[in-house]
Design a protein around this ligand. Structure first.
Ligand SMILES: *Cc1c(COP(=O)(O)O)cnc(C)c1O
Length: 428
């Protein structure tokens, strides 16, 4: 693969931006080669500045469930842009998207639009604290919730622990408000709530943990989470920035049939434009300003162009059978590759839910972050580079999941599967 132009652009970018990027994972630090500068996307494919063509499984990290440059989204964006890009007032587009989302989601009654997933989570945490009058938050190791100060924490030593920050610039006093537990251990959650429940405002989880591999949880664990948070008067926050509109229109709440207290959204909700949101019952959302005392605002929140994109996207997701078809395609694709690996006894296990998949270089079921073998990522490194050479683009880290879009036809998926199988046989 030729990457002369991407390499030159990357060298230039390093003079402008830390690491040459606007978000760290884009810098290709955990894989070989230079970050590819993408100049165009259409459907399931992207093209880089060197005119290489790739079948894309990154999908802008999840938002592009309808593929690149979806016709209806683009047309709606054009229509909105033609009237101006931002007014800082309410607009009809907000109502349209708000109505569409709420009428088709049994788990939220009111919603507030923000501009990113991080902002949605940050606001949900503040809301939970405002509603309960408590300060501490419980999170799970292996779940990512954006770069909110109090959530950039990992477990310290010991099983039930106060967080240690994973970034410079976060005061210990903030990290101490966060307790970190392993996933898949309801016993430890109960122990933790017995000790700290009176101080815990909320338990936050990615109900489909998809930012550190795909750590699919048992439904019983999520149900236990719901039961325990109720028993200890803590709110349950589902961070559905990835799973929302991905595992179904109602996200993981709908998939598992569990009612959390607050849900955060991002990624797909904006149809490829920067949008996040948090929603809850009318009662809980009544605490948000200007109705209530929990302040939260945004100059560009509910931006009409972004709302128009989200609306055109959501409309298409509501087509009958949309999610069933996505899931069936994904399962056929995964089975094709998994069968091949099983026959050859390659140490590969692909986990999947909805249109998400993740390849672990291990044959056991992985439900917790500590079960991922860091050394196995060498296989991913080799696979990633080989796949780029053969026209398949995966997110540049073995801890990132792959996303399939509606534009990935069974033919494209079959072609990609052949390429991936050939790559795996070269890697092993
Ligand atoms: C991507 C993500 C975030 C952060 O969203 P940004 O838009 O990148 O700020 C938060 N939570 C989850 C579960 C995510 O996947």
């Amino acid at each position: 693969m030729k990457s002369t132009k991407s390499a030159a652009l990357y060298a230039e970018a390093k003079g402008y931006f830390p690491g040459g990027v606007s978000s760290p994972v884009r810098a290709f630090k955990s894989v070989k080669g230079v970050p590819l500068f993408i100049k165009e996307g259409k459907g399931a494919k992207v093209w880089d500045e060197d005119d290489n063509e790739f079948i894309d499984f990154c999908g802008s990290w999840g938002p592009l469930i309808l593929g690149h440059n979806n016709d209806e989204i683009r047309e709606n964006i054009y229509a909105a842009v033609a009237k101006g890009t931002s007014f800082g007032t309410p607009t009809r587009w907000e109502n349209k998207l708000g109505q569409l989302l709420l009428e088709n989601n049994r788990f939220v009654e009111k919603i507030r639009f923000v501009s990113s997933g991080t902002e949605a989570v940050m606001s949900a945490i503040r809301l939970a604290r405002g509603v309960t009058g408590k300060n501490k938050i419980i999170k799970f190791e292996g779940c990512y919730h954006g770069h909110v100060d109090s959530l950039l924490v990992k477990a310290g030593s010991g099983l039930v622990t106060f967080g240690e920050s994973t970034s410079a610039g976060i005061p210990d006093s903030f990290a101490k408000e966060t307790l970190v537990l392993p996933l898949d251990r309801p016993d430890l959650l109960e122990e933790c709530l017995r000790e700290y429940g009176e101080e815990v405002a909320a338990v936050i989880i990615e109900p489909v943990p998809a930012n550190n591999g795909l750590l699919l949880q048992q439904k019983s664990f999520l149900e236990e989470l719901r039961r325990l948070t109720k028993a200890y008067d803590c709110l349950l926050i589902f961070d559905e920035v990835i799973s929302g509109f991905r595992v179904g229109f109602e996200g993981a709440a709908g998939y598992y049939g569990i009612q959390p207290d607050i849900i955060t959204y991002g990624k797909i909700i904006g149809g490829g434009m920067p949008v996040g949101a948090y929603g809850a019952s009318a009662e809980i959302m009544g605490h948000v300003a200007p109705d209530g005392p929990v302040y939260q605002a945004g100059t560009l929140s509910g931006n009409p162009v972004a709302m128009a994109a989200g609306y055109a996207s959501a409309k298409q997701l509501l087509a009958p059978g949309f999610y069933e078809e996505m899931e069936a395609k994904t399962q056929a694709f995964v089975k094709n590759i998994q069968d091949f690996c099983d026959e050859r006894e390659y140490p590969v296990h692909i986990s999947t839910i909805g249109s998400i998949f993740w390849m672990a270089f291990d044959r056991s079921t992985i439900r917790r972050a500590d079960q991922i073998d860091a050394a196995s990522m060498e296989h991913f490194k080799a696979l990633h580079a080989d796949l780029l050479d053969h026209g398949v683009y995966l997110g540049p880290s073995g801890y990132e999941v792959g996303f399939i879009s509606a534009a990935h036809t069974p033919e494209i998926l079959a072609e990609a599967a052949e390429k991936i199988k050939a790559s795996l046989s070269r890697v092993f």
